[in-house]
Design a protein around this ligand. Structure first.
Ligand code: ZN
Length: 230
């Protein structure tokens, strides 16, 4: 690694360790499941969570660095068992700077049913631009999960995919945006579930969904920061 890559990696180790604590804060993960990664800008590297380490023990020092084939480059621990999926996404989608995976309960219940979350809420139109889609069933280990994520999200407005019988993967221009998508996905999935229990949701016009998404992605938030603030 050159000096610039080393500086970026050191910064991302801090950022990614900190972002993992948002997964526990928002109750998106159980035990050691779930993971966040970030692409190292300007190099074929990523920073990702180590496998099987308690969330309380995650720190900048315990994060690991892999290349975009998922091979360990730097770190004292084995990388997350989902590393191949993250790496595949970075290889296939150059605009993606962050990837998150969780088994958050409500969203994963929709994934277990293999059912996309229909858009009946302004907040979902804002963040996801329509339905949150379902991706194919895929076994962990090779490139199948990554392929399913990329095939589903390429050209789709949603930064989140419900991988069938598995859980949620989200993407973002950086890791913070991907974490935000994971938090919002679970929030929307919970409300959509409650709506389903109550009865039939009131429909939203596609033109309104389009207008909300356009405004939120282009004009919302503080100037000079990402739309993915608050
Ligand atoms: Zn998983």
């Amino acid at each position: 690694m050159n000096a610039e890559a080393t500086r970026q990696v050191d910064e991302l180790r801090e950022t990614i360790a900190r972002l993992h604590h948002q997964l526990t804060r928002y109750n998106l993960v159980a035990w050691t499941s779930g993971n966040v990664s970030a692409r190292v800008p300007g190099s074929d590297l990523m920073v990702i969570k180590p496998s099987g380490v308690d969330y309380d023990d995650l720190s900048a020092a315990t994060m690991v660095v892999c290349d975009l084939d998922g091979t360990l480059v730097e770190g004292d621990f084995a990388p997350s068992s989902d590393t191949a999926a993250h790496a595949y996404v970075y290889r296939a989608m150059p605009e993606v700077g962050g990837v998150v995976h969780t088994h958050s309960a409500y969203a994963t219940a929709w994934a277990a049913r293999g059912e996309a979350i229909p858009c009946h809420l302004t907040a979902q139109a804002d963040e996801f631009g329509g339905e949150i889609p379902v991706g194919p069933f895929a076994l962990i280990g090779g490139d199948d999960i990554g392929k399913g994520i990329v095939a589903t999200l390429s050209g789709h407005r949603s930064p989140a995919v419900l991988m069938r019988n598995h859980g949620v993967f989200t993407i973002g221009r950086d890791a913070r945006a991907a974490v935000k998508a994971a938090v919002m996905c679970e929030d929307v999935a919970r409300t959509a579930h409650l709506t389903r229990v109550l009865g039939d949701p009131a429909p939203m016009a596609q033109a309104d969904i389009d207008a909300l998404h356009h405004r939120y992605q282009n004009a919302y938030g503080q100037r000079g920061t990402s739309a993915a603030t608050s």
